[in-house]
Design a protein around this ligand. Structure first.
Ligand code: LMR
Length: 394
């Protein structure tokens, strides 16, 4: 049977992770996979996570199953964190999922159950796993323009022009904050325009929010998602705890689905529980429990928020340092966009052969579309990267 299998196309981000590992130059710099690293290149366990784990270990009396949707307390805490009071919480069905990817997958499956004809609109570009999963599920896919290669900002006119062709019932996937892979984001005023347009088209928004707290702060980063949720009868939200809690390998995420009232939310909940059962039965619990412990304990929460702010400010400082270095070395302001971008990533906006030259000649690893993980830098390596970028003729 297995002789009938063909190899799958490599995931660009994961392939880069392996290539970096295999490179034995000690000057190499990893700007690939989206994992936060401190100045020493470590991805530390956050202080509040350590403390929450200690408490769980001391107090947990059973490892028995929790429930198909996961712990309701996790659902409630995540609704508060992501949605705040933008919608009555009894209109929101929620299931814990294995990471943000699990939430995307379950969300798409829910859409397929509800409306198999729906086309899924993705930003061009987007996180490569989005189109990969949509294709795997054999759902119809469409793209809307998003990034302007000239300004390295959002191509807002192009985006609106493409979204004007969305059909009623189509699903439009948007990044709630910290767009991956570009780092370019809509202003709140632009969000209002997108919301009015999608509402007029009868579209259903699907918000992927994987970096809340990495851009302008927890509430500022949740603002667009909350605007969307407040404006539509139906919204899907996939939220990840991998990055803002630094619990990548625990696979902690949540799918939330907003319905027009609590009765429909109960039906959506039933379908989401069913989908969890079909795909993996009960979702993982440990990471979700850690998150709940942190979000519901005032002192743990304060410490988590403080450390998240340190992480966010470190990345902002690196962005400013890199933009300044490049301003000096290029004698121009053409890299200033790096300081305006938000989140973990920036798309440098250069060609694959220059990305390859940066890897081959300088040991600098970024994704082929020139996405850089800013958190892969530190104060010492920023000037090295800036010099390499200019040397490579970017
Ligand atoms: C990324 O975009 O690098 C992260 O979301 C990690 C991943 O799974 O691709």
């Amino acid at each position: 049977m297995f002789e009938r299998l063909n190899r799958q196309p490599a995931d660009k981000i994961l392939a880069l992770m392996s290539a970096y590992k295999a490179d034995d130059r000690d000057t190499k710099i990893d700007l690939g996979v989206g994992v936060y690293k401190d100045a020493e290149g470590n991805t530390p366990v956050m202080r509040a996570v350590k403390e929450a784990e200690k408490r769980i270990q001391a107090n947990q009396t059973t490892k028995s199953y929790v429930g198909l949707a996961g712990d309701p307390a996790f659902g409630a805490a995540m609704k508060d964190l992501v949605l705040a009071d933008s919608v009555a919480h009894d209109r929101v069905a929620a299931v814990a999922t294995p990471g943000g990817t699990g939430a995307i997958r379950q969300g798409l499956e829910l859409i397929r159950l509800a409306n198999p004809e729906a086309r899924i609109w993705l930003s061009a570009p987007t996180w490569p796993n989005h189109p990969s999963i949509v294709k795997y599920l054999k759902m119809e896919m469409a793209e809307y323009r998003y990034f302007d290669d000239a300004t390295r900002g959002v191509d807002f006119e192009g985006m609106m022009a493409d979204l004007r062709t969305v059909a009623a019932g189509d699903v439009v996937l948007v990044h709630g904050c910290c767009h991956n892979p570009t780092g370019a984001n809509l202003t709140l005023d632009q969000w209002d325009q997108v919301i009015s347009l999608l509402d007029a088209r009868g579209a259903v928004p699907f918000v992927d929010i994987a970096y809340q707290g990495f851009g302008d702060g927890l509430d500022a980063d949740g603002a667009a998602t909350r605007k969307v949720v407040a404006a539509f009868e139906n919204v899907l939200i996939a939220a990840s705890c991998s990055k803002n809690f630094g619990i990548y390998r625990e696979r902690t995420g949540i799918l939330m689905a907003v319905s027009k009232d609590s009765d429909q939310a109960a039906v959506a909940q039933d379908n989401m529980n069913f989908l969890n059962r079909q795909n993996y039965s009960f979702p993982p619990d440990h990471g979700a429990r850690v998150v709940t412990e942190i979000l519901t304990d005032p002192s743990l929460r304060a410490d988590w928020e403080a450390e998240l702010e340190e992480v966010r400010n470190t990345m902002l400082g690196l962005r400013r340092q890199l933009a300044d270095e490049l301003r000096q070395r290029s004698n121009s302001d053409r890299f200033d966009f790096l300081a305006d971008h938000r989140g973990m990533f920036s798309r440098l906006g250069t060609t694959p052969d220059k990305v390859e030259a940066l890897r081959a000649d300088h040991g600098i690893y970024m994704v082929g579309d020139s996405r850089m993980n800013i958190a892969g830098l530190n104060e010492r390596t920023v000037p090295i990267l800036a010099k390499a970028i200019i040397d490579a003729g970017v």
